[in-house]
Design a protein around this ligand. Structure first.
Ligand SMILES: [Zn+2]
Length: 99
């Protein structure tokens, strides 16, 4: 068996991911990885969250601590995606009320 880069990394171009912030479905190539552990090079046993480009840009411009708090408050990784997205959207909407 020959290990080419393709067999090593898998063919990701067909895979679809969901943006954790807005729920948009996009191809994995288009998505930006969001690693809540802040160490994207240690990939073993990890499942990366994905963000679409506009949300990724928004997160990078926001206070990252605030985003992390919002993700935790929304039970990121500890609840099913639908519930998480619902809560996340609520929390973000509440945040915007304060501004
Ligand atoms: Zn998004």
């Amino acid at each position: 068996m020959t290990m080419t880069p393709t067999t090593l990394w898998g063919n990701v171009s067909d895979q679809q991911v969901t943006c954790i912030a807005c729920g948009e479905t996009l191809s994995r190539e288009e998505a930006r990885e969001y690693d809540k552990y802040g160490d994207r090079w240690n990939r073993e046993g990890k499942e990366f969250e994905s963000l679409c480009k506009p949300c990724h840009r928004g997160c990078c411009q926001q206070n990252r601590d605030g985003l992390e708090q919002t993700l935790l408050a929304a039970n990121a990784g500890r609840t099913d995606r639908e519930t998480f997205l619902e809560r996340f959207c609520e929390l973000v909407a509440n945040d915007n009320d304060h501004d």
